[in-house]
Design a protein around this ligand. Structure first.
Ligand code: ADP
Length: 363
């Protein structure tokens, strides 16, 4: 019984119901019909009709007719009900078999496989959730492929440079000098930064970064960040300013993640601004706090702006200046802002400067 398929089970249950129904009908009919018939005959006799001669034949005839009728009814009714029950069982089981086929196809790698609509509401809901899951998984798979593609592309350049120098050093075509070793060290640092950034990004994209939301006071946090960066600015570098009201309401955020966002945005502002200033400002709105980092640097062209938060994206100018960047910082930053429930925006004018601003919910 435990090995019986759903179709057989449905058919069997229909048949059992039908057999019980028909047997009850036949038994009750068999028991009551002759009695009722006799009663009817007696009533006729009571009205003065003499049936004593034909009484026996009448009863026998009735019983014969009743049995014949019952048999035919059982035969035709049973046959029709069995046929209908077979069709119903098939109608219910067919979409399930189709679902099984599609899920198997999906698991063997055809991520475009989707379940068709079903007329049965429960199955339609199941198909809907499966298709929803399939779209998500397809997205994850596509992002994974893109990530590997981007990563191998980004790793190739520093690895080729390293390989070239090391081979040259090995066969004596390049003279070992501190300059060469410094270049090798620079490329290795770049590789290490790339790997670190990648690890952070993959965690942020997969949503594995622990986010510890708590009410935080932003003014002291912003002031300490400004102090940290001011120490690193060269004499002829841009000026770093803070414009933040001291009575700013608390934000609901993770202080470590906010710091990470600020390091990325202030770091970029300073890196891409040769002279002028980088200003960090903060203000509150009814349910949000906004923090903006505005620089007077290189700026980003309108055609480059939509790509700015894509991972590994770097403008051609920042590539040619070899800023040492990996193009991952802003991808991580935007994910960190989203994970804390906020939003990030950018405005920029080429050669005039850029403003990145992000929001955090009020505590
Ligand atoms: P990177 O590590 O290369 O700085 P990001 O993701 O932080 O990576 O930035 C991606 C690219 O966006 C940078 O390479 C640069 O071209 C551009 N960019 C980011 N911030 C600024 C800015 N403040 N001014 C001008 N360009 C910027």
């Amino acid at each position: 019984m435990s090995k019986l398929g759903l179709r057989s089970r449905l058919l069997l249950s229909h048949l059992i119901v039908m057999i019980v129904g028909l047997s009850t009908l036949v038994m009750v009919g068999k028991l009551y019909s002759p009695r009722l018939f006799l009663l009817h005959l007696r009533q006729m006799e009571g009205r003065g009709i003499n049936l004593s001669v034909v009484r026996y034949q009448l009863v026998e005839g009735f019983e014969y007719a009743w049995t014949q009728g019952a048999w035919w009814s059982v035969l035709i009714g049973g046959g029709t009900a069995s046929g209908l029950s077979y069709l119903t069982a098939r109608w219910i089981v067919r979409p399930l078999l189709q679902m099984e086929r599609v899920t198997r196809e999906f698991s063997t790698g055809n991520l475009q496989a989707r379940l068709p609509e079903s007329e049965i509401p429960e199955l339609a809901r199941l198909a809907n959730s499966f298709n929803h899951m399939a779209v998500n998984l397809e997205g994850v798979e596509q992002r994974r492929r893109e990530l590997i593609g981007d990563l191998t592309h980004e790793l190739r350049t520093p690895l080729t440079v390293l390989q070239g120098y090391l081979e040259g050093l090995a066969d004596g075509t390049i003279d070992p000098s501190s300059d060469i070793y410094q270049r090798l060290a620079r490329e290795t640092t770049r590789l290490k930064r790339l790997v670190d950034d990648m690890q952070e990004l993959s965690k942020a994209e997969a949503g594995y970064l622990p986010i510890n939301l708590q009410p935080i006071d932003l003014p002291p946090l912003l002031a300490s960040m400004i102090a940290k960066f001011s120490d690193q600015i060269l004499d002829n570098g841009p000026e770093l300013r803070l414009d933040c009201p001291s009575d700013l309401p608390q934000a609901l955020a993770d202080p470590e993640r906010v710091e990470q966002i600020l390091v990325n945005l202030i770091g970029n502002g300073l890196r891409y601004t040769a002279e002028g200033s980088v200003t960090v400002s903060a203000w509150s709105e009814p349910s949000w706090i906004w923090i903006a980092i505005a620089d007077t640097g290189l700026g980003i062209s309108p055609e480059e702006l939509p790509h700015i938060f894509e991972r590994f994206w770097r403008s051609d100018r920042s590539r040619s200046r070899d800023s040492g960047g990996t193009g991952i910082g802003l991808a991580i930053t935007s994910r960190l802002v989203e994970l804390q429930g906020g939003e990030i925006q950018v405005e920029s004018k080429l050669n005039q400067g850029s403003t990145f601003r992000f929001s955090l919910p009020l505590a």
